[in-house]
Write a protein that binds this ligand. Structure first.
Ligand code: HEM
Length: 172
């Protein structure tokens, strides 16, 4: 194995672990906790989105996962279509596509939801007094949307992970 393949694989797995790990944590624990703790939870969410590098870090690691994945895929697939006629190639191609779909949803749909949450949070912080009912229900609506879209992303991530970790052991 060439050393650049090993480096790509290390980047791929580290970045993938961070990105997918955060996605699982977010959907399974963080969002339910934010929802259950009302105004306090929203405060924590606002802080995370606006005052930390969390979002940037997630998008960078997500993108690194995809780019290093493409770097691993290309030399295996070569320039012919015969690769997808092997079980290894087919499973790897399906799981790579699932990973790319997860990335597209994360970067275009989820980022948009987080941005809307951030904008509403800025509005709330810059006004006097607590958030209005309309603002709170807006935040809750965005949270619910995040839950639905988040589950769809998790589904594609699971397909990517299952396929990628098993493809090379395919017997057909
Ligand atoms: C959700 C996104 C992804 C996750 C969590 C993920 C995870 C993984 C993991 C854990 C491995 C190691 C498997 C092993 O060595 O046994 C792997 C390998 C690999 N991944 Fe991904 N990956 C993702 C996206 C992608 C994408 C988008 C591509 C290609 C465009 C890709 C291409 C590959 C390739 C070619 C391998 C090497 C497979 C082998 O050597 O048998 N991955 N991936």
């Amino acid at each position: 194995m060439h050393s650049h393949i090993i480096i790509l694989k290390i980047i791929h797995i580290f970045a993938g672990v961070f990105w997918v790990g955060f996605a699982f944590f977010n959907i399974a624990f963080l969002q339910p906790a934010v929802k259950a703790t009302g105004v306090e939870g929203q405060k924590l969410m606002q802080f995370l989105v606006r005052n930390t590098r969390l979002m940037m870090t997630v998008y960078i690691t997500a993108t690194l996962t995809i780019l290093s994945g493409l770097g691993l895929y290309w030399p295996l697939a070569g320039s012919t279509s015969s690769f997808v006629r092997t079980g290894y190639g087919l499973i790897l191609t399906i799981s790579s596509t699932a990973g790319i779909i997860a990335w597209i949803i994360a970067v275009f749909v989820i980022r948009n939801i987080f941005n809307q949450m951030g904008a509403l949070g800025t509005e709330i912080q810059s006004q006097e007094g607590p958030p209005s009912e309309g603002q709170m229900s807006g935040l809750q609506r965005l949270g619910a949307k995040l839950g639905v879209v988040g589950n769809i992303v998790i589904f594609f991530m699971v397909i990517a992970l299952l396929g990628m970790s098993t493809a090379r052991y395919s017997h057909f």
